[in-house]
Design a binder for this molecule. Sequence first.
Ligand code: ADP
Length: 648
Amino acid sequence: MNFGRVQPKEHRLEPESNPFDDYRDTDRDPLVRIFDDYGRPDLHWFGVGLLASLLSRLVSLVPPLVLGIAIDSVFTPGGPAYSLPLVPASWVPSATTDLVVLSAGLVLAAFALGVVFSWVQGVGLSLFSNRVQHAVRTDTYALMQRLDMAFFDDKQTGQVMSVLNNDVRNLRTFLDNTLSGAIQLVVTVVGIAGILFYLNWQLALVTLVAVPLLTVFTLRFMTTIRPLYRALRSSVGALNTRLENNLSGIEVIKTSNTETYEEARVTEASRDYYDRTWAVVKLEYLYQPSMELLAGVAFAATFVIGGLWLVSGPPLFFTGELYVGEFVTFLFMTQRFIDPLAGAGRIVNAYENARASGERIFGLSALPVTVADAEDAVVLDDVRGTVEYDSVDFSYANGVPVLHDVSFAVEPGQTVALVGPTGAGKSTAAKLLLRLYDVSDGSVTLDGVDVRHLALDSLRSAVGYVSQDVYLFDGTVRENLVYGAFDATEAEMVAAAEAAEAHEFVENLPDGYDTRIGERGVKLSGGQRQRISLARAMLQDPAVLVLDEATSAVDTETELYIQRALARLTEGRTTVVIAHRLSTVRHADQILVLDGGRVVERGTHDELLALDGLYATLWNVQAGALDEADADILDALEARDRDALKTG
Ligand code: ADP
């Protein structure tokens, strides 16, 4: 078999760890839980569907029954009188032709009713399963959104997508056909077994011998296939993750010239998926025909014993009389008994498949969430903007310490700048203020209240975050601007855009504020995106601002725009700025120099230069000279602007 250009056997890559294998809830049968948690509001639709499906089964029994009676009573001279179960004898006509018409009419009516019941069954069960699917998906999405940031650091987005899409859809298929099929099967099998016993209990025993055999065989199959399905669902997610990561990183793949490497990785993930699917399919194809074979043997045994009985009287230890019509009915019924039994394999199979999906869905929602509202969470009404870090220690989930004993305080309206080499912990420190993560030790307080005691809503509307990699949603400029401040008026939006120096370039876009940007729209430059995000922050108007400054350089004119926008944005707001270019923090009230997660120096620009430590080194050696030149130009331009404003 050819799996593409790259042969996986020779290019075996290290198997990737998959945290999703641990996110699995196996405590309670997930399908019972689905019913319990999500099925209740629409249970009536399930009831309607199930009832219709049972009725359609029931009416399907009428033709063989009527046929058997007709053969014995109408077509066989000297046979028993024409009598229908549950129908009074006085309703049955006596003329033979009338009996033929009656029989045909009954068969036709049964078929017609069968069609109606099937239709009702389809509608009822589809409504039920689609509604449950919708509820499970939206609920799981909402839960997923509340998971800790640490969860998303694993970058298993493909797995999450696969749970929300494939696994939820898998459940729907199960609820749609399989569940009602299973109930129908049990009712049919038990019901028909009763009829078989009623018709001829001795022959019925011959047919029913197959049942315990099929049951044992099926139970064995279920326990064998369960782990295989779990592995299969995981590999669907792993493949999705790989594809999703590669699509997001396509620029890096192209520029690093790693297409062949990535092809090998995708081939590997796809190969894994193939292997696991094949393991399931192999078992299925062993099981399903075996079930059919067993069922066939049971049918043949019934036919042989019954046939011999008709031809030469009761064989072996059997006793009594058997009529042809009775035997025909018996054989038809046996067929209706055997077929669903043989089909039980498909149901069991679908059940195991859905069960593996259910475990993943509930596994996701069972993940512990640590960053959540405390029970007595405080809502801040009027935020002044005092921020204080007190002896903060922090490490990410991997346990490596990132911050040690970080302490500082910012008064309302002041600006504190975090500077230091890459990896020093600046962004991490800032994220703690937004409570994207919880501190490991110490505390972060806003207006004197520990952020862990603040309602998340309240905290995140008080603290704005302007990140360096601006994420624009697929939509119009307007939609992106008012994101998070949805009730802003047109005038407020334009004012914010003007303050962020974005109004002018937005007006020049093909459709102005209604221009589509983001994934499927106009692509904006880095500087334009930054100004959109500044305008967004202006509209949200938070008391405290966390500013993760852009590293990517923009031309001096754009820089000027951005600096002016920033000056307006930070005016009167407590600001924590993560500075990558020192020129922008010269005017900060306080500068903290972080190195290896510790505050190594603190003070104003001039104090730190005088200290002649790490800051001074960064300033002088790394970028100082250049930045100073840039800064001087900016100062000059700003001064010219101010003069222009005064004279204008
Ligand atoms: P800076 O902003 O100063 O460049 P960061 O705060 O981004 O530094 O990173 C500080 C340290 O924490 C680095 O060693 C980085 O590798 C680590 N780190 C950052 N984010 C995560 C994360 N999500 N999970 C684990 N480690 C992280």
